[in-house]
Design a protein around this ligand. Structure first.
Ligand SMILES: Nc1ncnc2c1ncn2[C@@H]1O[C@H](COP(=O)(O)OP(=O)(O)O)[C@@H](O)[C@H]1O
Ligand SMILES: Cc1cn([C@H]2C[C@H](O)[C@@H](COP(=O)(O)OP(=O)(O)O)O2)c(=O)[nH]c1=O
Length: 259
């Protein structure tokens, strides 16, 4: 078990280092705005007429306890009720061996260098990337609880350079919509349920909130998460349905890092 873990860890770190190196190449080669839409050719695309219909990639982001989990499951039921193909995903995905290392770190059972854990979070997204693309192309909408923005916000809140944090995320699929559940850190802390996990401290969450602000782009919708669960849900449903419709009509994919 220890062996398997250290093997995976070394693989993940090699992979991370490779990405940070390759990202320099990417940064130099890509146009300034790397979210230029493009079509990904594949025989497995769902083609309706001459349109590449696909599922939407919808990401929920925000501080711990902002209400992501509650809203993700409501969105899932809503879209399923309308007859859409939809799945709920979350990052970190703690089911993989990389995910188990992350889980041990978050629950303070292991200690890792800040850069190392950052690359593991990123590797955890990369190991799901091809599955993500396949699902979307097959027409399934993915509602994702946390994504690259969490990766960058939480690591840069520790003082790591933000561009360094973004680098290993370059080339992942860009979300069609990022729903940011906005809540003052003090309010989120009042909701309780802060367990023993590593980042569940008010002072750190304040820094994370500031870092999230630097990541906002045109794909973001900011929702006041202090409203009732039902009011938040109503707003999210509208935004998500618009995206699902746009993607069904063949909205092109984009890649991170979004501008
Ligand atoms: N809009 C809301 N108003 C009040 N309480 C909420 C709201 N949304 C979620 N909660 C409660 O806050 C806690 C954390 O919600 P959860 O959905 O697990 O957040 P997250 O997944 O972002 O950590 C839960 O007890 C949940 O019932
Ligand atoms: C996805 C991701 C999460 N995190 C952090 C955010 C959370 O504090 C923690 C675990 O996420 P999660 O299990 O979603 O916790 P919660 O339900 O409280 O939101 O990991 C990162 O630091 N980097 C990442 O890339």
């Amino acid at each position: 078990m220890t062996h398997a873990c250290s093997f995976t860890l070394s693989k993940a770190l090699n992979f991370g280092a490779l990405f940070v190196r390759r990202s320099k190449f990417h940064l130099n080669c890509l146009p300034k705005c790397s979210c230029t839409p493009f079509r990904m050719e594949s025989s497995s695309s769902l083609r309706i007429g001459n349109i590449d219909s696909r599922g939407a990639l919808v990401v929920l982001e925000g501080l711990d306890r902002c209400g992501k989990t509650s809203q993700c499951s409501r969105l899932l039921s809503y879209l399923e009720g309308l007859g859409h193909s939809v799945e709920l995903w979350r990052f970190p995905d703690r089911t993989t061996s990389v995910g188990q290392m992350i889980s041990a770190y978050l629950s303070n059972q292991s200690h890792l260098d800040d850069h190392t854990i950052h690359l593991l979070f990123s590797a955890n997204r990369w190991e799901k990337r091809s599955m993500m693309e396949a699902k979307l192309k097959a027409g399934t909408t993915l509602i994702v609880d946390r994504y690259s923005y969490s990766g960058v916000a939480f690591s840069s809140a520790k003082g790591i350079d933000i561009e360094w944090c973004k680098a290993p995320e370059i080339g992942l699929l860009a979300p069609d919509s990022v729903l940011y559940l906005d809540i003052p850190p003090e309010k989120a802390a009042e909701r309780g349920g802060y367990g023993g996990e590593r980042y569940e401290h008010l002072e750190f969450q304040r820094k994370v909130a500031q870092c999230y602000q630097m990541l906002r782009d045109s794909s973001w919708k900011i929702i006041d998460a202090c409203q009732s669960i039902e009011d938040v849900e109503k707003q999210l449903k509208e935004i998500v349905l618009d995206q699902v419709t746009a993607c069904k009509k063949g909205k092109p994919f984009s890649l991170l890092w979004s501008c």
